[in-house]
Design a protein around this ligand. Structure first.
Ligand SMILES: [Zn+2]
Length: 101
């Protein structure tokens, strides 16, 4: 399985880590390293948005987008949905904004 890294974070990491920077600069120019990292291929990735379901009276709301769903007898129980059907937020209860996966 492939994982993803942030191009910006990699450049920051190279900048902030003298050991890596020294190793690289002994072999390549800084311009070459930056252009290599900047030209590396990217994949389509969307940030993971976290949310949770909040029930207010006869409605359930997504905390990420605010979309509300009416609770009806015989209808699907939205609170069991792992993702919000409207915005795709992952309903794992975290509210720390978005991260990448
Ligand atoms: Zn939502």
């Amino acid at each position: 399985m492939s994982d993803l890294i942030s191009r910006e974070a990699l450049l920051d990491y190279i900048d902030s880590t003298n050991e890596i920077k020294d190793w690289c600069l002994n072999r390549y120019s800084a311009d070459w390293i930056y252009s290599f990292v900047k030209s590396a291929p990217a994949v389509d990735a969307a940030p993971v948005v976290h949310g949770r379901w909040e029930r207010k009276r006869s409605n359930v709301y997504c905390t990420a987008c605010g979309k509300g769903y009416r609770i009806t007898n015989g209808g699907p129980n939205v609170m069991t949905f792992v993702y919000c059907p409207m915005c795709g937020a992952r309903m794992d209860g975290k509210e720390d904004g978005a991260d990448h996966e």
